[in-house]
Structure formats: C-alpha cells, structure tokens
Design a protein around this ligand. Structure first.
Ligand code: SF4
Length: 303
C-alpha cells in the first residue's frame, strides 16, 4: 500500500512541475509506516538528518497521524494516477492486538463500486496487472462478486489483491479464484502464528485448523496456487511449545514463501500491555524459522 501511495505522491509532484533528484533537492517526502517500531525509529532519524540540512519536509502515511500535533497537515491523498494499485477499502476495525493500524488509519471505510470500476477501467488502459488493496480486502461486501465484475471487463490484464484475512476468506472467493483466468494464482494469506492460544491473544478470530482447511481447499481447487504468509515470532507469552506448534504448521503447509518477523512492541496496542518475552528470544525464534524455510526451499529445489 505504501509503495502505491509513494508512487502516487511522486507522480503528483512531477505533474506539478517538480523535478526528482535524490542528490540535489529542496523538498523531501517521507511516506511512512509505523506498524513496526524499527521502521518508526528509522524514519525519525532520517527526519532529524533532513531537518539539520534545513530541507523542507513532507510526511505522509500513518506516522503523520501520530505526529499531527507537531507538523502542519496537507492532504495529498485521493490522487487519480496511472499506477497499478487500486484501493478498495481504507482503515480497519479488526483490532488484532499487536497492530497499530486501526488507531492510525481509522475505521473501515468501503469504497463505492462505481468509483472502483471507473478507476479500474481507466487503469487497465496503462497496466497489464492491477492490484486491489485494503488492510483486509476480504471485508469488501461480496468481494468475490467485485472480482467477477472487474474480470468481466474486456482487456488483456490480470488482477491480484492484498491483504487477505483468513477469518473472512470465503468458499465463494476460492471458487472465483479457481475459475477465473484473469485472477493471479498468487495468494498472500497471513497466518501470524501456528498456535491457537497465541492466535486468540492476537485477536485473529480463526484457528490453525480453519487456516489449514482453507489452504487444503485452495490447493484442491486451484492446484497451481502459490501461497505466501506472514509469521510473528515471540508474541507476548509465547512459550517454546507454542513456537514449536508454529514450526510444525509451517512444515505441514510448505508455503512458497514466508515473511518472518520478531514481534515488535507498538505502544497503545493491547499486546504492548501483555507480559513480554526478551527481544533476543523473539529474534532467535525468527532466525530459527527463517533457517528452516531456507532448508525446506533447498530440499524442494534438490528434489
Ligand atoms: S486485520 Fe490487518 S490491519 Fe487490521 S488490525 Fe489486523 S493486522 Fe492490523
């Protein structure tokens, strides 16, 4: 989503007559993400450096919401450009206990179908690939019908969507992916943990069994599907046994790729108030899982 916004902002400024130069510049734009603490710290140090150089600074993205009392606010959103991503929802009401998005991006807002269709028709003139975006695209009412409608438009293009939530992933959607040639067989479905106790603490509202049932159905109906996931290691109170459950699920499912992160404390979230485990343990678990994924990939390529 942030790559999409960055592209929009860049195109907008170029269309206003600004020149893009990474060395000689007067204005620097930070399109920020504060989902992880390390990202926030990194951006803050970059801002400090640019301030010292007396550059004009523009901050967009979720950190700008957090910093709004310290900076002047301009609205550079809602720009219709030629880039290949289309927002279909904004904000989120799911309140996963580790996530800062609902407090910085606001409540779930659904974009009107007519508006999406108009933008879609405009963008397939310039792009062969369109990605529909939302914090949880599966919350778009009858999301599979929206996909069917978009894919029924004439043209040589493919469609993908990000991000999905296992709790809202329907059979209708699986069937739509299976039968529609214009939908890419490339799905990112965040698991986050392979332990039901941790999933409950995360407020994810699905179980490991439900997740595995979705994967089995997807692989049965869409045999060429490529599935990737996100996993958080070292969530508050996660024991070695809990973590081993995650390892077992990852081994069973055999994802095509995993994005693995040590848990990052975000103040203001429910998880931040839970009993924490040391960062070294979180990091060690993430490293262990990354190494496991590398080993499994190697085995796959050796076979
Ligand atoms: S669904 Fe995604 S964006 Fe929404 S609270 Fe959960 S992790 Fe955050």
């Amino acid at each position: 989503m942030n790559e999409n916004k960055s592209e929009q902002i860049k195109i907008h400024f170029l269309s206003l007559g600004y020149l893009y130069d990474e060395i000689d510049y007067d204005l620097v734009i930070f399109n920020t993400c504060c989902i992880r603490d390390t990202a926030e710290q990194k951006i803050m140090s970059h801002i400090a450096v640019e301030k010292q150089k007396n550059k004009k600074i523009l901050i967009s993205g979720c950190l700008s919401q957090k910093l709004k009392n310290r900076f002047e606010i301009f609205n550079i959103n809602n720009l219709l450009t030629k880039n290949k991503f289309i927002d279909i929802t904004y904000g989120c009401d799911n309140h996963c206990s580790y996530c800062i998005v609902p407090s910085v991006r606001g409540h779930l807002r659904i974009r009107g179908e007519e508006e999406i269709l108009r933008e879609f028709v405009y963008k397939i003139r310039f792009n062969k690939r369109i990605v529909l975006l939302g914090q949880n695209v599966n919350e778009y009412p009858d999301f599979h019908k929206l996909l069917q409608k978009l894919c029924s438009i004439d043209g040589d293009f493919t469609v993908n969507f990000l991000s999905s939530h296992p709790k809202d992933f329907t059979d209708d959607l699986i069937r739509t992916i299976a039968v529609n040639k214009k939908i890419e067989k490339d799905l990112h479905l965040p698991l986050q943990s392979g332990c039901d106790r941790i999933l409950e603490l995360m407020n994810r509202k699905y179980t490991v069994a439900h997740y595995e049932m979705l994967i089995n159905k997807l692989r049965r109906l869409v045999p060429d599907i490529h599935i990737t996931t996100d996993i958080i290691c070292g969530f508050p109170t996660e024991t070695e046994e809990d973590f081993n459950e995650t390892i077992a699920v990852v081994k069973r499912i055999k994802f095509d790729a995993c994005y693995i992160f040590p848990y990052s404390i975000r103040s203001g979230t429910r998880a931040a108030a839970m009993p924490q485990i040391p960062f070294s343990t979180r990091k060690a678990r993430a490293t262990k899982l990354i190494n496991l994924m590398r080993k499994e990939k190697k085995q796959l390529s050796n076979n």
